[in-house]
Write a protein that binds this ligand. Structure first.
Ligand code: GLN
Length: 488
């Protein structure tokens, strides 16, 4: 088999059996990046020499009988995770030449477990977006094409568009990503791969460029549910450097992928009704889980309809505060000015793109003295109600099934001049962030244009295992084997 077509699990066992080496796997991926990245623009920075050094060290480590859980596996890192000595841009001009002196906790743990980093992958600027169009390093092309209109340039989703496109196109075995309102699940759904946003606090946020700190979570994207489970186990764990990190044991998520869903109660929220192909696929997913022995329970999330406006107050508010640090004095780009105020203004005007500026303005507005109670405090109150809806639902069900996104991938330019239309992409995903719950997108079928659609499984806090079991049951039933047209 071509080395780039291994799953992560398959590559790890093939290395263990001596069928393939990390050097062969890494070389094959670097060759595929050379061929495809000019088209896809998934990588911002390729660290070929570092990757080959790490691959050689991994093969030696395995030969010594000292392999870790990921030894030798070439993966991609979203360019939002600080990597010591390797440029970390957050998709922004303002961090265009920022080289962190330290490593994020998540990437430290991946290195500890033996992963090989191929490079840093593209994203919407500061992870704000649903199409990857807001990256200062250019958009990413989705490797899938419409059947009737193959020339249309489809977006990979966002903000983890580079992560999802790289994994779908076989130029990384798997990738790290982050999710504030859907940035793991929506690009995974658009690119026909799996991705999980774990429970808030499961993965350390230390060393991840902050967007909205009460919502941001790191998680994996990969081509199978089990591959996500393997990667998440290495990414997760308590970290004293993040005060919101949870001191919880990290379970064997991969084992949960093989557990039956017989007897599980799957909640189907009445409020999420939609039309068209996504609705049909949702009904198919319900039938698959019923056939696998789960019982289907109608549930109600009465405040879900307020989730999107709540998110678009809370997230910009936190972003406006987090992004205040990019002042031209402490990090990255500096545009000189006549005095300090002028330096701040020129630096931020030149360094931030339009979407980031829009969010900073919204955030500053909703936090301003005159509007704080009307917007920010109100949004916090509604957030509590959304969380309570889920608490009530868990009395009746063990996991919740919804579509991941209202539609399949759209083309560049479509709905991009209307920010509100773009924000609607997150309508099914933001609730899990507001409530801090684990949620996974799993590829479940193709629409009439041959484009992937995903189903979302939401679980109780710190019960990723049930999420993995249900997602794996859907994966088995769906038998999703379609491949993108642009591929290594
Ligand atoms: N699309 C959402 C936004 O633009 C979510 C982004 C994310 O999860 N990082 O904010």
């Amino acid at each position: 088999m071509e080395p780039v077509h291994f799953t992560l699990a398959g590559a790890l066992s093939a290395m263990e059996e001596g069928v393939v080496s990390s050097v062969e796997l890494t070389e094959a991926h670097l060759r595929a990046i050379d061929t495809l990245n000019p088209t896809l623009n998934a990588y911002i920075t390729v660290t070929a020499d570092r990757a080959m050094d790490a691959a050689r060290a991994a093969d030696e480590r395995r030969a010594r009988g000292d392999a870790g859980p990921l030894t030798g596996a070439p993966i991609a890192i979203k360019d939002l995770f600080c990597t010591a000595g390797v440029r970390t841009t957050a998709g922004s001009k303002i961090l265009g030449d920022f080289v962190p002196p330290y490593e994020s906790t998540v990437t430290t743990q991946l290195l500890r477990d033996g992963a090989v980093f191929l490079g840093k992958v593209n994203l919407d600027e500061f992870a704000m977006g649903s199409s990857n169009a807001s990256s200062a390093f250019g958009g990413v092309l989705n490797p899938w094409q419409r059947r009737d209109e193959p020339e249309a340039r489809l977006v990979p989703g966002g903000s983890s568009g580079g992560s999802a496109a790289a994994v779908a196109a076989r130029i990384a075995l798997a990738a790290t990503a982050t999710d504030t309102g859907g940035s793991i699940r929506q690009p995974a759904a658009f690119c026909g791969i799996a991705g999980i946003k774990p429970t808030y606090g499961r993965c350390s946020r230390f060393g991840i460029v902050a967007y909205a700190s009460s919502l941001d979570q790191a998680g994996p994207v990969a081509r199978t549910v089990e591959d996500c489970a393997i990667l998440l186990r290495s990414m997760a764990g308590f970290d004293p450097k993040d005060s919101t990190s949870a001191d919880r044991a990290v379970p064997d998520f991969a084992a949960a992928c093989h557990a039956s869903v017989k007897g599980m109660r799957i909640g189907v929220p009445a409020e999420y009704a939609l039309a068209g192909e996504a609705q049909a696929l949702w009904e198919q997913g319900i039938a698959w889980l019923r056939d696998a022995g789960a019982s289907i329970v109608p549930i109600s999330l009465p405040h879900a309809k307020f989730a999107l406006p709540t998110y678009y107050i809370v997230a910009p508010a936190e972003a406006s505060s987090n992004l205040a640090r990019y002042d031209g004095v402490r990090f990255g780009t500096r545009v000189p000015g006549e005095d300090l105020q002028d330096l701040y203004e020129r630096t931020r005007a030149a360094g931030f793109g339009a979407e980031v500026k829009r969010r900073i303005m919204i955030g500053t507005y909703v936090l301003s003295a005159g509007y704080y109670d009307a917007y920010y405090v109100k949004a916090q109150q509604v957030r509590a109600l959304i969380r309570r809806d889920f608490e009530n639902a868990w009395a009746d069900c063990d996991a919740i099934l919804t579509p991941s996104t209202p539609t399949a991938a759209f083309a560049e330019g479509e709905s991009q001049d209307d920010p509100v239309a773009m924000y609607l992409n997150d309508v099914f995903t933001v609730t899990a962030n507001l409530a801090g719950l684990p949620a996974m997108s799993v590829p479940a079928g193709l629409n009439s244009q041959g484009l992937p659609l995903g189903l979302q499984v939401i679980g109780r806090g710190f019960d990723e295992q049930t999420v993995f079991s249900v997602a794996a049951a859907i994966e088995r039933a769906a038998g999703f084997t379609a491949l993108p047209q642009v591929m290594a």
